[in-house]
Write a protein that binds this ligand. Structure first.
Ligand SMILES: *Cc1c(COP(=O)(O)O)cnc(C)c1O
Length: 227
């Protein structure tokens, strides 16, 4: 994989991933345009990020606020149609910077954060679409709402906080078949009246698409190994 990614250009890698998305969608008669590609640019050099921008890609994911600022603060104003997704844990003391920089928050995972986001969005006059991260494997070390707590949490986010909840996000346990978790997340979304599903990474996005992914988050599959 690494050597192929190195030999191929970022533009070629992007085309290849788009093609794989299209094929996975067509296989199950899904509309390809319903599946969005979040290019995960964390720990990647600016030349590669610029190459993806030059190839016309406009949707990127970062998992840390500070690194995202280093990557994007200067160049984001040059790309008005750029969409930046926060896909990693957000500390409440970074909410101000996160709301200022990002367009979508995918890692909403606790009440304190929901409150802080709602307050900061009101202050900045922005309404960012949010995804609730679900800890589908109930792993102790992993962020996310425990599935049994999801209905109450969604009620809290939508009602008390007035947040715009667009979907659910998950990162399956590394030692379990991801498709089980994708199917579970899809079921939770259906039961709770949310439509968006952010699931699937470089190694498993083709499994997530038949199960309803509307966003896949691909890093190494586009940019190669992280530094
Ligand atoms: C890093 C990361 C990805 C991308 O992983 P790859 O295996 O490089 O595609 C996707 N989602 C999250 C939450 C990540 O932190």
């Amino acid at each position: 994989m690494t050597s192929i990614n190195k030999a191929m250009s970022i533009a070629d890698n992007l085309v290849h991933v788009y093609e794989r998305i299209e094929k996975a969608a067509q296989n199950v008669d899904r509309d390809t345009s319903a599946v969005h590609l979040v290019a995960v640019s964390k720990k990647q050099p600016m030349e590669k990020i610029q190459a993806a921008l030059d190839a016309g890609h406009r949707c990127f994911g970062e998992n840390r606020v500070q690194e995202a600022q280093e990557h994007w603060s200067t160049i984001k104003p040059n790309y008005p149609d750029l969409r930046l997704h926060l896909i990693g844990p957000l500390q409440t003391n970074k909410v101000k910077e996160a709301v200022a920089l990002f367009d979508v928050i995918e890692s909403l995972d606790r009440e304190k954060l929901a409150r802080a986001l709602a307050k900061e969005m009101e202050k900045q006059g922005k309404i960012l679409p949010c995804f609730v991260q679900v800890n589908t494997g109930e792993e102790a070390q992993k962020a996310g709402i425990i599935p049994a707590d999801l209905p109450d949490f969604l009620t809290f986010c939508r009602g008390e906080c007035g947040l715009d909840i667009r979907g659910l996000m998950c990162i399956p346990p590394i030692d379990e078949p991801p498709a089980l978790h994708f199917a579970f997340l899809a079921k939770l979304a259906q039961e709770n009246d949310v439509t968006g599903l952010s699931m699937g990474m470089s190694s498993d996005f083709e499994k997530a698409i038949p199960l309803g992914a509307t966003y896949v988050r691909v890093g190494t599959g586009i940019f190669g190994e992280r530094s």
